[in-house]
Design a protein around this ligand. Sequence first.
Ligand SMILES: [Cu+2]
Length: 160
Amino acid sequence: MHARFTLIFLGIAALLSACEGGADPIPANMVAIFSEDVDVELVVRARGNVMEYLDTRIEAPAGARVRLVMDNTQTSSPAMVHNVVVIRSESEVDEIALVSQGIPGSVPDDPSILFYTPQAQPHTKTAVIFTMPPAGEYPYICTYPGHFQAMRGVLVSTPS
Ligand SMILES: [Cu+2]
């Protein structure tokens, strides 16, 4: 009986937080990453139910410890899954995009990928923590098959 009440309570709490339209939930396996102290938090949001990034230019100082967040703000179905994959240089983007098309659930194991967030389900957030690379511009894409043409941005590392 007690466990049942607890479940009902959690269900109501989840519904309430969904109705607020506020922060998207954090999956259990991401809680530790979201609670870690960092110098800068950078957030890349999906543009709601459109296959685009809302944030296409983000920046932090070289050497800063950064939490990069993918906030998948989608609310309607069909479900779109998104990630943020930071690539070493613009000239390597097409190759990574191409290789990614055959592996919807994962990210290629490739040295030109510097950092990436896990794929975020609709109305959830994922994140990755890293140290900002040397000053410069680093492109990022969503590697979910079919998304890279529309989902591109630039991570700018500013001189520190
Ligand atoms: Cu995507």
